[in-house]
Write a protein that binds this ligand. Structure first.
Ligand SMILES: *Cc1c(COP(=O)(O)O)cnc(C)c1O
Ligand SMILES: [Zn+2]
Length: 420
């Protein structure tokens, strides 16, 4: 376990396979291909057994050998191992035999799956000697960088589109991070951050630290397989912003298969986007290998990336696994949020509404057959995107503090119920 690089071997270009040292770098110098962490699977298979994993604390770090830190993690020890909820009532509503919700609305500490990627990126940033961390974010990443940096005593600059939801903005400011609102959409924020990252010696979690950051998403897939009793789900529905999470869920299934932790079985990974920002699903539905950039206009702001960095690879994963994709309108997103809340008692943010809405469509069209079982990845908490649902979830009924007024209200309800 105590080699200098842990179980990491190198960074490797996804296009030309050239290898690079394990520093803070993310693109190949020859073809600008993205770099990815490669591991020493032979040594990993010596220590990472089912029983070893089961004996460890219930956090994402129980799969530590497959996460890119050299030594013990120093940021985010408590992150992950969120509930996998058997969603019988929602299954019935959507018309499928078996349904599970991977519930990252309750991830620690900032209530989205981004805590997974950030704990890895910041742990690695510290190993590489950084003291200032930064990110380009659609909201949740900024929240998680701000919180985890505060707890680790790191300085944080987070860059977001200026028009984000109040909940997302306050949830970055409260930790004392420097929050910079850019008057533009995410793709412009990202372009600026690439320039800043080139000029200042900061660890930008999703720019120069991206190869490490992205690997953190695999933990969601590892947990799903373990929680299903060491099985790969037949169908997984994943919402997409840059498309990174979807590709890393695929990588997690492949790694567990390669290590013999699960049996090799057929599975399909399906992608979900909002119709107001659907570069990846539009390409998938048209049978194309490349996406066309779009200008986002959707209430699902956490997914509003018009030029998705991993869009090409997400399309490849869907094609390879035989997965499908769909996108949903703002009204369908709100309906998805309500369905999940009313059936399962889980309040997801807009991205979760996208996942549920898309699952509904894929089941209705038979792309996810009714006789099968599916896992929906629900990635963020609804308390952060109240703006999107206020005025669409009914209203309180006000009465004076009088039993008589309450009983009048109740008998009216009972009369309505009797008629129905
Ligand atoms: C960032 C984010 C995603 C998707 O991220 P990718 O860039 O596709 O990895 C999904 N859901 C929520 C809530 C997010 O914040
Ligand atoms: Zn290359």
């Amino acid at each position: 376990m105590q080699q200098t690089n842990g179980f990491m071997k190198a960074l490797k270009c996804r296009e030309c396979a050239r290898e690079y040292p394990l520093g803070a770098t993310h693109v190949c110098e020859y073809d600008f291909g993205p770099l990815e962490v490669v591991y020493d699977y032979a040594s990993i298979s010596q220590s990472l057994t089912r029983s070893a994993i089961e004996s460890r604390p219930k956090t994402m770090w129980r799969y530590r050998e497959l996460l890119p830190v050299a030594k013990e993690p120093t940021v985010g020890f408590q992150v992950g191992y969120t509930p996998l909820v058997k969603a019988d009532r929602l299954a019935k509503r959507l018309g499928i035999r078996e349904l599970w919700i991977k519930n990252d609305t309750v991830n620690y500490p900032t209530l989205s799956f981004k805590d997974r990627v950030v704990s890895v990126a910041l742990s690695r940033a510290r190993e590489l000697g950084f003291t200032t961390v930064a990110c380009a974010s659609t909201g949740n990443l900024a929240n998680s960088v701000a919180a985890n940096a505060a707890a680790a005593g790191l300085r944080a600059y987070v860059f977001i589109p200026a028009d984000l939801e109040q909940g997302k903005i306050v949830n970055s400011l409260v930790y004392g991070a420097e929050v910079i609102g850019i008057k533009g959409h995410y793709d412009e924020v990202n372009r600026l951050c690439a320039e800043i990252a080139g000029k200042y010696g900061w660890a930008f979690v999703n720019v120069n630290m991206r190869p490490y950051y992205a690997e953190g998403s695999k933990s969601m897939g590892f947990e799903i397989m373990e929680q299903l009793g060491w099985k790969i789900p037949r169908h997984t529905v994943v919402c997409m912003a840059s498309g990174s999470l979807l590709t890393k869920i695929h990588k997690s299934y492949q790694e567990f298969t390669k290590l013999g932790l699960v049996d090799s079985t057929d599975y399909k990974i399906h992608g979900a986007q909002a119709t107001g920002c659907n570069p990846i699903t539009a390409a998938q539905k048209a049978g194309l290998d490349f996406f066309k950039p779009v200008k986002p206009n959707t209430i699902a702001k956490s997914l509003a990336i018009g030029t998705p960095a991993d869009g090409f690879y997400a399309l490849k994963v869907m094609k390879e696994t035989g997965g499908a994709s769909e996108d949903v309108t703002d009204d369908e997103i709100r309906e998805g949020i309500r369905l999940l809340a009313e059936c399962e008692g889980i309040f997801a943010e807009t991205a979760g509404g996208v996942t549920v809405g898309v699952a509904k469509k894929l089941i209705a069209s038979g792309k996810i057959p009714a006789k099968d079982s599916a896992v929906l990845c629900v990635t963020g908490n609804g308390l952060k995107t109240l703006d999107a649902v206020v005025g669409h979830v009914g209203a309180t009924r006000e009465i004076r503090p009088s039993l008589r007024e309450f009983e009048t209200l109740l008998s009216a309800d009972q009369a309505t119920a009797a008629k129905a």
